[in-house]
Each structure stands twice: as structure tokens, then as C-alpha cells.
Design a binder for this molecule. Structure first.
Ligand SMILES: Cc1cc2nc3c(=O)[nH]c(=O)nc-3n(C[C@H](O)[C@H](O)[C@H](O)COP(=O)(O)O)c2cc1C
Length: 203
């Protein structure tokens, strides 16, 4: 049986999917991949996409249990995007065999928002395609009580995979990975949303 395409999941209201764009560096490549991925999600009636681009946030890396008013104001803008999501896709590059500090900062500043929700990954970088960053993120998201899905999009040598119009030269593998990941996010997203409606997550 194909668990990812059940009639119930198809008939349900669309899930809110938050795309977190992790790279916040000047001159970053992230927007090219984000644009490609947004087009993939737009083809799916089972998701409504919101985007949280960390280059457009101003959260200092110094954490405080008593944030100053500026940080509170920024969190008041950022946190509701995470809170409203039923599922997440994290678009992350690999920096020195890990993921960017901007992303760790976002994760560390939240907790309940991530809980009992599925997370998928679109990763990119040099030869590894960001998979070392993703494997580390699976450990971090376990601490958040989030569920990371098995499949995702991996883009080794990402710059060379896109043409000057931002289109993938060979979309076969990435499109297949995106479909698998989105199907798994849909299944987990609906399953967890339905379960939480009956029994709030309290573990
Ligand atoms: C500080 C730094 C460290 C990097 N380390 C790695 C690495 O360990 N593995 C890898 O595959 N690519 C590495 N790269 C290459 C980046 O993944 C690649 O440049 C990617 O485009 C960065 O994403 P961005 O341009 O959206 O920030 C590194 C890049 C930077 C800036």
C-alpha cells in the first residue's frame, strides 16, 4: 500500500509548509535553489508554502533568557511563521562539514514550535551535497521532538547544476527527491496533525 498518497491525506486541507532558507551570507547561492523548490511546491495542492529567509532576519547569536525589546520584536515576527507550520523544509548549505550558524540560532531560539512536526531537507554544497550538514541536523531536530523524513534533495556542486536562468540542467534526480520528500512530509504532517487533535503532544 502506498502510505504517502492515502485518500484521506489527499482529501484533507492543505498543510502549511514552512521553507527555512538557512544561508544568510552576502552573495549566497541559496535563492537559486529556493526558487526552484518553490516551483516544485507550487505544483502540489496538498501544501501551502510560507518562506522564512534567514537573510531577512536579524536575530543575534547571543542567546538570552531575557531578550531585549529589539530581539523580542524580531521574534514576534519570526516565531509565528514556525508556529503556524504543519511541516518544514530546511534548505541548507554545508559549511565546514556542518550547517550554518544562522540556522542553529533559529533552532535554539525555538522549541515547542518544532515539536511533533516533520522536517525535510534540501541540501547543497561541494562534493558532499550538504549531506554531512543534514546528518547533523537530524540529531539536533531529534532534541526538538521533530521527525526528520528519510528522503530529500541533495545537490552536490550545486552551482554547476543550474544554468544561467536558474534551471536545473538535469532535473531528474532532484525532482524525484523533492517528490519523495514532499510525499513523506504530507503523510507525517497529516498523521501528526490528526493525532495532536485527539491527543496533544505532551511527552
Ligand atoms: C565557510 C564555508 C565553508 C564551506 N565548507 C564546505 C564544506 O565543508 N563542504 C562542502 O561541500 N561545501 C562547503 N562550502 C561550500 C558551500 O557549501 C557552497 O559555497 C554553497 O554555495 C554555500 O551556500 P550559500 O552560497 O547559499 O551560502 C563552504 C562554504 C563556505 C562559505
Amino acid at each position: 500500500m502506498d502510505i504517502t498518497n492515502s485518500a484521506a491525506a489527499q482529501a484533507a486541507a492543505p498543510l502549511t509548509l514552512a521553507l527555512v532558507v538557512a544561508s544568510d551570507r552576502a552573495g549566497r547561492f541559496a535563492p537559486v535553489i529556493a526558487d526552484w523548490f518553490r516551483t516544485r511546491v507550487a505544483e502540489r495542492p496538498d501544501f501551502e508554502l510560507t518562506v522564512l529567509d534567514l537573510a531577512e532576519t536579524t536575530l543575534p547569536t547571543s542567546l538570552s533568557y531575557d531578550p531585549d525589546p529589539g530581539v523580542r520584536a524580531e521574534l514576534a515576527r519570526v516565531t509565528p511563521v514556525l508556529e503556524a507550520a504543519d511541516a518544514y523544509v530546511v534548505l541548507t548549505p554545508e559549511y565546514n562539514h556542518s550547517f550554518p550558524a544562522s540556522l542553529k540560532n533559529l533552532i535554539d531560539r525555538h522549541y515547542t514550535e518544532w515539536r511533533a512536526k516533520p522536517v525535510g531537507f534540501v541540501s547543497y554544497g561541494g562534493i558532499s551535497g550538504g549531506i554531512r550538514a543534514v546528518e547533523q541536523l537530524r540529531q539536533v531536530y531529534a532534541e526538538m521532538h521533530a521527525v526528520t523524513v528519510r528522503d530529500g534533495v541533495v545537490l552536490p556542486n550545486a552551482h554547476g547544476q543550474f544554468d544561467e536562468d536558474g534551471l536545473l540542467k538535469d532535473p531528474t534526480g532532484p525532482e524525484a527527491g523533492a517528490k519523495l520528500m514532499l510525499d513523506q512530509l504530507a503523510w507525517w504532517g497529516h498523521a501528526l496533525k490528526d493525532a495532536k487533535a485527539v491527543r496533544p503532544y505532551a511527552a
